[in-house]
Structure formats: structure tokens, C-alpha cells
Write a protein that binds this ligand. Structure first.
Ligand SMILES: Cc1cc2nc3c(=O)[nH]c(=O)nc-3n(C[C@H](O)[C@H](O)[C@H](O)COP(=O)(O)O)c2cc1C
Length: 319
């Protein structure tokens, strides 16, 4: 499947800098689009809600037709109280690409299509991919095993071809991709675009704590654990950050503070405001994918994209 028209000839690399809760803000989005890849951010990162309009205005003001398009990530889970409000702004600003995740894309698809926008939906398994197809999405993001955030459990070597059997739209592959050769490998597997999250946390423009960036540089794949103890949904987190927050994981050294205390506090917060409580959890505990072992520096986004491009072009020469 070729790239959708709105991306054709607009990208220097078939790559999306994935949306990262609390980490992706306008700086990284603008830098990514200026470097020729799709930059994205979760609307929930703009807090309070009124900030979202200002972020959109700033991004639109700084990008021009020579830059790659940007995307907004809309968390469509029922616990997100801002879906309708954020969707209204997305329509008003005619955001070119909407990435829906953690729920059903449902009516978002029609609303985004009504102004000519595109919807890519994020899934971790075949059942959700099938449902996304039925909802009429333009692209499906396959979040494979080892991915940062709420990664899946399916190996990409079989996830991509199995979804390709029934979906003719754009396929985007996510999970541990950290270099240009991996972008090429995603295409060889049958994906149209690659999706990188963790690699972009270790960039100058990422709004991540310096200690978080350093932890990525010093971690390997076995320093990442798949657990539902942070948000109730399984995801990949850096073990050292879990230990520091007092979260006990079976098989890991016993922490000094009990998890129960933290959980009770979170449950109280949750009753108050689900998304605020989620933010508190993700601020204390850091998510990353198994690709951390390949990340050794904190370049600017422009430097990183230039390097990825060189690696990708080199890989394309390989017969
Ligand atoms: C710190 C962090 C925050 C994330 N936040 C979000 C989010 O808000 N929305 C979303 O759809 N995906 C989120 N993800 C998942 C990424 O968008 C992407 O699917 C994933 O990072 C790809 O795998 P990789 O990290 O191995 O490259 C997050 C991932 C990380 C590591």
C-alpha cells in the first residue's frame, strides 16, 4: 500500500515520532516536522484543557508547506473526560492526522473525515485491528512486543503479515524501533511507516526529566518490565523507576516503601480525576521499550533524523 496522499512527498523518512504522554510538547513536534517526519503529541499533554488551542496555534504558526504534517493523539478511552472538547478543536483546526488510542476510534473517524483529516488507530492485537478496520480508519498502528507505553505481546514478524491479510490501508509498525535499519526492516515486513517512541525521549527537545533520559541511556532490554501496576493496563516500564517509586514487582528486589500505600493514594486520586491521577503515576514511573539498549546519546531531533536517514539509506542499498 503506498503512503496516503497527504504524506506522499512530504516526508524525508517513512517515520512518525510517536506521541508520548507528558513528554511530547510543541518543541518536539515542530522539530520533527521540520526534520521531515510526522511529529505528534497527545492532546492531554496540553494542560489545562485551554492550552490545547494555544499549542495548535503555535504548531500551525511555526510549520509551513515544506514541513511534514503533524498529528494529534486522542485517547478515546471512556476515562478521558476531554474527548468531545478536544475533538471539537481538532475539527476547528483541521488537524491533518489524528492518532486514536486506548479505546474505539468509533465516531471520531467520521468527524475527522468530515474535514478531510485522516485517522490512524493504535492496536496491540488482531481483534482490535479488525475492529479498527470496521470503524473505517485510514491506518492501523501495530504496537508489537517490547514497545514503550502500553505495548503488546505479539512479535512484529507475524503481527504485520497477519494484519496485512485483511487490511489494505496504511500499516504503521511500532515497538523497539530505534535506528534507520529498523525503519527499512518494517517496510520489508510489509509496513508503510515506522513509529518510534522511546528513541525520541532521549532527544534534546523531549520534555522528559533529565534523570529519565539518563536512565534510558544506561538501561538494557531486561531493565524493562511489563506490568499493570502503574495504570491498570499492561505496559513496559523501567525497573529502576518502579523500584524508586516503591512499586514491587514479582522477581525483583523488595522495595523499601510498600506499593499498597502508593496504590491507595492513586485510587483516591483516581476517584477525583482519572487523567490527573494517570499523570501523577507516569511522572513518577517511567515507561520505555526494549529498544533502550540501542540508545546511547541525547541528540537534537534534527541530528537524530539525519542519522536515521543515513542508516535507512544504507539499509536500502542492501540487496
Ligand atoms: C513515555 C511514553 C509515553 C507514551 N504515551 C503515549 C500516549 O500518550 N499515547 C499513545 O498513544 N501512546 C503512548 N506511548 C506509546 C508510543 O506512542 C509508541 O507506541 C511506543 O513508544 C512505540 O514503541 P517504542 O517506544 O519501543 O518505540 C507512550 C510511550 C512511552 C514510552
Amino acid at each position: 500500500m503506498p503512503l496516503p496522499d497527504f504524506l506522499k512527498d512530504r516526508l524525508t523518512l517513512p517515520l512518525i515520532a510517536a506521541p508520548l504522554f507528558l513528554v511530547s510538547e510543541p518543541e518536539i513536534v515542530i522539530a520533527a516536522c521540520k526534520a521531515g517526519i510526522v511529529g505528534s503529541f497527545p492532546s492531554l499533554n496540553a494542560r489545562p484543557a485551554g492550552e490545547f488551542a494555544r499549542w495548535l496555534e503555535r504548531i500551525e504558526g511555526e510549520l509551513d508547506e515544506n514541513d511534514a504534517p503533524f498529528a494529534v493523539n486522542l485517547i478515546v478511552h471512556k476515562s478521558n473526560p476531554r474527548v468531545a472538547e478536544d475533538l471539537a478543536l481538532i475539527k476547528e483546526h483541521k488537524v491533518p492526522l489524528v492518532i486514536t488510542s486506548v479505546g474505539q476510534p468509533g465516531e471520531v473517524v467520521d468527524q475527522v473525515h468530515s474535514y478531510g483529516g485522516m485517522v490512524f488507530h493504535d492496536v496491540i492485537n488482531l481483534r482490535h485491528a479488525q475492529k479498527a478496520k470496521e470503524a473505517g480508519v485510514d491506518g492501523i498502528i501495530l504496537v508489537s512486543a517490547g514497545a514503550g507505553g502500553h505495548g503488546g505481546l505479539i512479535n512484529p514478524f507475524t503481527l504485520v503479515p497477519q494484519v496485512r491479510e485483511f487490511f489494505a490501508g496504511t500499516i504503521i509498525l511500532a515497538g523497539t524501533l530505534s535506528n534507520g535499519r529498523a525503519i527499512r526492516a518494517a517496510q520489508v515486513l510489509g509496513a508503510d511507516l515506522a513509529y518510534m517512541g522511546t528513541r525520541f525521549i532521549a532527544t534534546k527537545e523531549a520534555n522528559a526529566d533529565e534523570a529519565f533520559k539518563q536512565m534510558i541511556l544506561t538501561s538494557g532490554p531486561l531493565d524493562v518490565v511489563y506490568t499493570d501496576k502503574v495504570s491498570g493496563i499492561k505496559g513496559n516500564f523501567l525497573v529502576s523507576s518502579l523500584t524508586a517509586a516503591g512499586i514491587e514487582i514479582e522477581g525483583l528486589p523488595k522495595p523499601e516503601i510498600g506499593f499498597g500505600k502508593l496504590r491507595d493514594k492513586r485510587e483516591a486520586d483516581r476517584a477525583e480525576n482519572q487523567s490527573e491521577s494517570e499523570a501523577k503515576a507516569w511522572k513518577e514511573v517511567w515507561s520505555a521499550g526494549q529498544g533502550v539498549g540501542e540508545i546511547h546519546d541525547i541528540p537534537s531531533v534534527a541530528e537524530l533524523v539525519a542519522r536515521l536517514k543515513g542508516e535507512y539509506q544504507e539499509a536500502c542499498k542492501t540487496p
